[in-house]
Design a protein around this ligand. Sequence first.
Ligand code: ADP
Ligand code: MG
Length: 380
Amino acid sequence: MTSRLATQFAKVFGHPPVSAARAPGRIEFIGNHTDYNGGPVLGAAINRSVWAAAAPSPNGLLNFSSEGHPPVSVDPNAPAKLSGPASWANYPLGVWLQLPKFGLRQPAAFDLHVASDLPPGLGLSSSAAIELATALALAALSGASASRETFVKLARAAENEFVGMPCGILDQGCSGFGKKDHLVHIDCRLPAFSNIPLPAGVRLWMFNPHAKHALTDGFYAARHAECQQAAAALNVPFLANASPDQLEAAAYSLPEIPLKRARHVIGEIARVRQVCDALARGDLSETGRLLTASHRSSQHLFENSIPELDNLVDLLAAHPGVLGARLSGGGFGGSVMALTTAAFTLKQAEQIAFAHHQKFHVFPDFLPLQADAGAELLPL
Ligand code: ADP
Ligand code: MG
């Protein structure tokens, strides 16, 4: 991909790139909406990525190009949030704006070209991937380097502060700290990142039912606000600070909706810890059981699932080759992740897709994935 990226760059800008980087997408393994509540989350960087190549620009502007997206140029003296078809460039522009806040020199003017093999719509966090690939490539232009953690925080700040998406650190953390055949464990409050091995012989799959709830706009922010409301009622800074017992003791004082959201988040935090323990002792059936329990909690308590995701989980969970299945990512659309044994193959995945089609008359896409390495600078 690096040579294709460099060729594309030269075709678009008429000169070769000076730096290049790759950052992977991610799956959320377990820990649904725990990140911004100060809890732990387990994810994985995957073997699908976004690549970015960069060079100083001779025209004094910030020039953004990406396959399948309109080119965008921004005056570095008047950077403003973009809208409409140009809005994709808010992600790399937001990264450029954050560089000095993290002690990294901003290139005064640059050309940036982006390529990707991350399929859109599967909820694989292409936004974090484009942010991290951009951050590494732009920092390298001025010869600057920083820790992995700094790049992760910078990328998240770009998404929170410039794009305006109040995401936690899961997406950027997994993209930054991925490791082949390992999960990424993030203690989101510190934050602290570590890798834990995935047992040999398991497989990861994503199923996308191509269904989106009609009212997705603002749902993430609404859930975020409901969690904050519950934490305030419990008198804790984050829901992660409250134990299940504390929550139940105070249940009478919480309105119904924040109570349900808090039950999901606090239960989910316990499940993340239980999955870590189960994986450490190689207990795959318990790991799978907890994954499916996470989905049921999303379905009934956090109410961020939709019937199409529930149906895929029902079909997958009933399959003998599947250890567990759950919605992965923000919810209200997106995809279902399944952890399977090696006995679950493309043929079995097709059967699940076919059964789903019989009910919803739409064929889900599916994709086998591998846990893979995190973001990296690439030699040109
Ligand atoms: P996710 O992060 O789950 O993929 P988001 O809505 O957070 O979904 O981010 C997707 C957005 O990121 C796209 O709509 C687009 O604006 C931007 N994006 C992702 N990949 C690319 C790419 N290769 N080129 C240009 N923009 C991209
Ligand atoms: Mg995203």
